[in-house]
Write a new protein. Structure first.
Length: 123
C-alpha cells in the first residue's frame, strides 16, 4: 500500500510537504510513512480516498482503478446498496432512461454544431 501512497501523491502533483498538509501531519511524519518507517493509519486512508476521489479498494489492494470515475460514485453506491431490490430495479430503469435522453440531447447538439439539419430526431 505504501507504494500506492506515493503513486497517488505523484499522480496528484503534490510534493511531500503539500500532501502532508492535506493530511494534517508534518512532512517529516509523512516521509516516514512513505518510506515504510511508520504505518499509515486507517483514518489517513479514509482522508486520502475521500478528499482526492481515490478508489479505496485500489488503495488497499491494488485492484481496480486508482480513481473513482466520479466524485458521486461512492455516495451513489452507498445509497443504492441501502435500497430495497425493487427500488434498485426502478432506479436502474430510470438511470437507463436518463442515459438515453442524454445521448439524444448530445446527438442533437452535435448535429447543430456540425451544420446538420438538427431537425426533429428527438421524440
Amino acid at each position: 500500500m505504501i507504494h500506492r501512497l506515493k503513486e497517488v501523491r505523484k499522480e496528484l502533483g503534490f510534493n511531500q510537504t503539500d500532501f502532508a498538509r492535506h493530511l494534517g501531519i508534518t512532512q517529516t511524519a509523512y516521509s516516514m510513512i512513505e518510506n515504510g518507517n511508520r504505518p499509515l493509519a486507517d483514518k489517513y486512508v479514509k482522508v486520502i480516498c475521500s478528499a482526492f476521489n481515490v478508489n479505496e479498494n485500489w488503495f488497499i489492494t491494488g485492484e481496480g482503478e486508482m480513481f473513482l470515475s466520479s466524485p458521486y460514485e461512492k455516495e451513489f453506491t452507498e445509497i443504492f446498496s441501502r435500497l430495497a431490490p425493487e427500488t434498485q430495479q426502478y432506479l436502474l430503469l430510470m438511470a437507463k432512461e436518463l442515459l438515453k435522453t442524454q445521448q439524444r440531447l448530445l446527438e442533437s447538439k452535435d448535429s447543430k454544431q456540425t451544420g446538420g439539419s438538427g431537425g426533429g430526431d428527438l421524440e
